[in-house]
Design a protein around this ligand. Structure first.
Ligand code: ATP
Length: 238
């Protein structure tokens, strides 16, 4: 069930020297949604989620459930309920999958409501059988799932994912989509940056399209598929 706006981004702008990487972007992600931020290479997608999560200095406003996050450090945004993953996955290769996920629990600095959060999150991501395996022995797809588990274990309200399907084949990508639905159904709203159009159009409730730092379209997968401005932005980039 799609609820009220949870993440509200208003006039978000990031400048690197003379380059405006994100240019006055305004969008809303509603509670219970899986939303995507897409766009050609260099469009500003990663910079936008860096700005939302506090890793890039930005102008404009970012609110989570009405609370202004602007000016907060990344770890303070995590405590406010904003989780994220990174494009370059860093795991502790010599530690087990369960230990890698536990790192996320400590990092969130939040009390847990009893139970066994590591076991629960591994089950949610379909990683139960891998709990004791060293992270260094995993495939790229499994590493993606572990990095997502590490963010999910802190029970963020809003989860930002940077290219979760990078390096996955089409079977792994379908499986990832199933796991992302399960995460959403567990009460976590998701915004993903992604190049895999099959995954995005099949999974997401709403899609936002960036081009040269600016938002050029927002809509359902059907609307985005039919939008001429989106097709022309992608011309020559695939
Ligand atoms: P991709 O799909 O290739 O990952 P993207 O849409 O995520 O691309 P960004 O990585 O956000 O795009 O880059 C947007 C623009 O900002 C690009 O022109 C890029 O060169 C520039 N940029 C990004 N990070 C920096 C930085 N730290 N310093 C200077 N310029 C940067």
């Amino acid at each position: 069930v799609i609820g009220a706006p949870l993440l509200v981004i208003d006039g978000l702008t990031v400048r690197y020297g003379g380059v405006t990487a994100v240019d006055g972007v305004s969008l809303e992600v509603h509670a219970g949604e899986i939303a995507a931020l897409i766009g050609p290479n260099g469009a500003g997608k990663t910079t936008a989620i860096d700005a939302v999560s506090g890793f890039a200095a930005a102008e404009g406003s970012v609110r989570l459930d009405g609370r202004e996050l602007g000016g907060l450090k990344p770890h303070q945004r995590v405590r406010a309920g904003l989780g994220r993953t990174f494009q370059a996955i860093e795991l502790y290769d010599d530690l087990s999958v369960a230990e890698n996920v536990t790192v996320g629990l400590t990092a969130q600095g939040r009390a847990t409501a009893g139970g066994d959060p590591v076991r629960e999150v591994l089950a949610l991501l379909g990683l139960t059988g891998f709990a004791e395996r060293p992270a260094g022995s995993l495939s790229q797809g499994q590493r993606q799932l572990v990095s997502i588990a590490r963010a999910v274990i802190g029970r963020p309200r809003m989860l930002l994912l940077d290219e979760p399907a990078a390096g996955l084949d089409s079977t792994e990508s379908l499986w990832l989509g199933e796991r992302l639905r399960a995460i959403r159904d567990s009460g976590i709203t998701i915004l993903l940056v992604e190049h895999d159009m099959g995954l995005v159009l099949g999974l997401c409730d709403r899609v936002h399209v960036l081009n040269f730092g600016g938002l050029i379209a927002s809509g359902s997968p059907e609307e985005i598929r039919a939008d001429p401005a989106v097709s022309s932005a992608y011309l020559g980039s695939f």
